[in-house]
Design a protein around this ligand. Structure first.
Ligand code: NAD
Length: 357
């Protein structure tokens, strides 16, 4: 493995390894791009099979954060941390405080947040050693309602582009996963009088929650989800669900939901959907409500400002769909073009000397 080669392939700025024998802390922080602002990305704790696997995951996730924040219109760059270890045994106050001291040493170039196997409580330990952490208890709170709100506006933009009409009540929807984001989306779709809503899940408790709140909605078996006879599929569960097996079953014209990494193979499956004339909202654009919410912790949190910014996902998606049409590319490729355009244009603004703020 040649780390510099990996870094130069996608223009990474910095890779930082850190280790602390006392606490068992072992991790990597990748800073992909800081043109727009400090890099922000969660700290994922995972028992990776090898250091190479950990590094590759961190590189991929950090770059994803650059695109996500750039498309969300935030003044943030992309970064990520992977902590290598078994979440059941390594976690302790000392472990996260040791990590916090390393983050502090990065001088604000990287801001951390919670991710897989790390929690708000862990962020509070990190905060004892550094201010470069968001997602703290009593601050911006649970991001899921904002992620759902962003996805709601994303669905509207997708309808607008596909049918030139974004009236929620004129269409039918099938939602995969009625957990934190999916249930909030169901609420919004019901409030806006969606024509028909189907839903599926594998968690009985979450299914019961929908049954109780909205007995009129129809449950569909998980394996029948992709063939649902609706206008919009709304994936709000796991990644990789759009693949060789599921795509041929789809009759819906639009896909727009909160799921991360929803395409199993980004290139191949985005193209398969395009060939079937199915419009998909790029996941990292439509599900950016959560990162917008947490960003406002840095700015001085105001809920009304968060909501206004989350609603802009509508306009950004329309721009991205237009790029895809004009350049004859997938919407996923178009989102990356949109992100790179914003980074490059701001880079040019920053070349002129100005007094530091
Ligand atoms: P969640 O765990 O609260 O809900 C996911 C739901 O999907 C659960 O009810 C689960 O039982 C269900 N599910 C899992 N596999 C399924 C299957 N095969 N068929 C049907 N249902 C299935 O998670 P969430 O926070 O709502 O996140 C959903 C997706 O959105 C994830 O991909 C997540 O990474 C992404 N996302 C979430 C946020 C956020 O703010 N929570 C932000 C950005 C992206």
């Amino acid at each position: 493995m040649n780390i510099f080669e990996l870094m130069s392939e996608h223009d990474y700025e910095q890779v930082i390894y850190f280790s602390d024998n006392e606490t068992g802390l072992k991790g990597i922080t990748v800073i992909h791009n800081t043109v727009l602002g400090p890099s922000l990305g969660g700290a994922r704790l995972w028992n990776y099979e090898s250091e190479e696997e950990a590094l590759r995951d961190c590189l991929r996730l950090a770059r994803g954060m650059t695109y996500k924040s750039a498309c969300a219109g935030l003044n943030l760059g992309g970064g990520k941390t992977v902590l290598i270890g078994d979440a059941n045994t390594v976690k302790s106050e000392a472990y996260f405080r040791a990590f916090g001291r390393y983050i502090n040493g990065m001088g604000g170039r990287y801001i951390t947040a919670e991710d897989v196997n790390t929690s708000t409580k862990d962020m509070n330990y990190i905060h004892m050693e550094t201010n470069h952490v968001v997602g703290l208890e009593g601050k911006s709170g649970n991001p899921s309602p904002f992620t759902a709100l962003g996805a709601f506006y994303g669905i509207k933009a997708t309808l607008k582009h596909k049918f030139d009409n974004d009236e929620i009540s004129d269409y039918s929807y099938a939602i995969q996963g009625v957990g934190q984001t999916g249930f909030n989306l169901v609420k919004l779709l019901v409030e806006h009088k969606a024509q028909k809503i189907l839903y599926t899940d594998i968690n009985q408790k979450n299914i019961e929650q929908v049954k109780e709140a909205y007995p009129e909605l129809e449950f569909v078996e998980p394996e029948k989800f992709f063939g649902s006879d609706v206008d919009v599929l709304v994936p709000c569960a796991l990644g990789g669900v759009l693949n060789d097996e599921s795509i041929p079953q789809i009759t819906a014209k639009c896909i727009a939901g909160t799921s991360n990494n929803v395409l199993l193979d980004e290139k191949k499956h985005a193209q398969m959907l395009r060939d079937k004339d199915i419009l998909i909202a790029p996941d990292f654009v439509i599900n950016a409500g959560g990162v917008i919410n947490v960003y406002h912790e840095i700015q001085g949190y105001r809920k009304d400002a968060v909501i206004s910014e989350v609603k802009l996902i509508y306009d950004r998606l329309l721009e991205i769909y237009q790029i895809a049409d004009e350049q004859d590319i997938t919407t996923l490729q178009a989102a990356k073009v949109f992100a790179k355009n914003r980074i490059n244009s701001i880079k040019n603004v920053k070349v002129k000397y100005n007094e530091p703020r």
